[in-house]
Design a protein. Structure first.
Length: 128
């Protein structure tokens, strides 16, 4: 089994390109905070997205955007000046757009004083 799920923020705008057959490929880096460290520690991952989702990422994500990624880890090698190099990437199968940098979290809790003629009860109004 090779499955990765992470939530983080993009460190730069996605870069999109197209293969010779016309298929879209988007690449971006994502910063993910380590949840249980005493000091704030962050890991950085390269993410690759294919197809229509790649085009959506290029159009709707930007540096600082928060995204949820589900995919798999993939290793590849390549040569630069005769030296073999290795890269580890996340190949995204699903990308959820979660917010933009600086976006304020809204309190979405339902707190009505009165809705459709009914009012909220406080503890003193309850007979039990």
């Amino acid at each position: 089994m090779n499955t990765v799920i992470m939530i983080g923020r993009l460190t730069k705008d996605p870069e999109i390109r197209y293969t010779q057959s016309g298929k879209a490929v988007a690449n971006f880096d994502i910063a993910v905070d380590r949840p249980f460290s005493k000091e704030k520690e962050t890991d950085f991952f390269k993410v690759q997205v294919w197809g229509k989702m790649a085009e959506n990422c290029a159009n709707y994500l930007a540096k600082g955007s928060q995204a949820g990624i589900r995919g798999r880890i993939q290793n590849r090698s390549y040569e630069v000046d005769g030296q073999k190099r290795y890269a580890t990437e996340i190949i995204a199968e699903e990308v959820q757009f979660l917010g933009t940098k600086g976006e304020k979290k809204e309190d979405n809790a339902f707190k009505p004083d009165e809705v459709d003629g009914f009012r909220a009860l406080n503890d003193d109004d309850c007979p039990f």
